[in-house]
Design a protein around this ligand. Structure first.
Ligand SMILES: NC(=O)C1=CN([C@@H]2O[C@H](COP(=O)(O)OP(=O)(O)OC[C@H]3O[C@@H](n4cnc5c(N)ncnc54)[C@H](OP(=O)(O)O)[C@@H]3O)[C@@H](O)[C@H]2O)C=CC1
Ligand SMILES: O=C(O)[C@@H]1CCC=N1
Length: 268
């Protein structure tokens, strides 16, 4: 089993930790979680994770070190751990948005093996879409990190220049689809369902749509054509949504997220 240290155990760091244990990629005891407010990790400590507020100690002996802190918090931590890292044995994975491999190596050293990864919070249940990229990792190192993220979802290896796009589409994207589900359930309440039934119906309908595409490799529009009866109620509803900017709003939101994701580190 690999030893994994996660620096920054907030929303995504903890989701990753839970997913890795659930998938049996690692035992809780092989995962070290850090944050400054150690009290907030009491529950994880009781579940067998090693917890610490000492990043320097926590990185030592780890096979894979994952940085999961905010872009604005990263530089200080990189400078803190740089003197104690083992460049020949350790892989450094950053899931911090807007931080390039060059930025990481500028602080950790040019010979450090750095890999960027962009998962989403469904990683906690093994359903992440994770994109990974590196400009210097060996095939073996890249494979090791790919295996880790494949244990908790799907992985696509991409060119580094597409990482901010991956951030918007996949990492932010899960929030966009969640909001769409909430909107559908709100519509369901207006047309007569109690909120809990409307939400359950919206969730299962969204899951069915996603699974349909995953299982058949079909194009969404082909599946939509099967639903829209001539002069029917689906095309009426769909066109009303489009007149109100549904696709356009989604596309514009994704573009704005991608623009924003690129700038968070250097904005400071
Ligand atoms: N949330 C998401 O869905 C995704 C987020 N990301 C990226 O992951 C990163 C983290 O995001 P998110 O989890 O949402 O943010 P959170 O604020 O939830 O988590 C960040 C964590 O880092 C800890 N932290 C801050 N400074 C230090 C430090 N010096 N040493 C150790 N721990 C520290 C904080 O705890 P404390 O204050 O106690 O130290 C906090 O728990 C961001 O860069 C984001 O871009 C990427 C993909 C998805
Ligand atoms: O909102 C954010 O900035 C982070 C990055 C991707 C998901 N959450």
């Amino acid at each position: 089993m690999k030893k994994v240290t996660i620096i920054g155990s907030g929303n995504i760091g903890l989701s990753l930790a839970k997913g890795l244990v659930k998938s049996e990629f690692a035992h809780a005891a092989d995962i070290t979680l850090t944050r400054r407010n150690l009290n907030a990790l009491a529950e994880e400590a009781s579940r067998g994770f090693s917890v610490s507020n000492d990043n320097k100690t926590a990185v030592q002996g780890a096979d894979i070190v994952v940085f999961a802190i905010l872009p604005q918090q990263l530089k200080k931590v990189l400078l803190e751990v740089a003197p104690v890292i083992e460049k020949t044995n350790q892989i450094f994975v950053s899931i911090v948005s807007g931080v390039s491999c060059a930025d990481l190596k500028a602080e950790l050293g040019e010979d450090a093996t750095v890999i960027r990864a962009m998962p989403n919070t469904a990683i906690a249940i093994g359903q992440s879409m994770t994109c990974i990229a590196s400009d210097n990792a060996s095939d073996d190192s890249l494979k090791e990190v790919e295996n880790m993220f494949e244990s908790v979802g799907s992985v696509v290896v991409i060119n580094e220049d597409l990482m901010t796009s991956a951030t918007a589409l996949c990492a932010c994207g899960i929030a966009f689809f969640l909001r769409a589900i909430r909107a559908a359930s709100q519509g369901g309440v207006e047309i007569g369902f109690h909120a809990h039934d409307a939400l359950k119906m919206a969730v299962q309908t969204a899951k069915g749509a996603a699974d349909l595409l995953l299982h058949t490799n079909a194009h969404p529009e082909g599946e939509i054509d099967k639903v829209t009866s001539p002069k029917g109620c689906t095309i009426a509803g769909l066109n009303e949504m489009e007149h109100n900017g549904f696709s356009s709003a989604f596309i514009k939101g994704i573009k704005l997220s991608a623009d924003k994701a690129g700038g968070l580190y250097h904005e400071g």
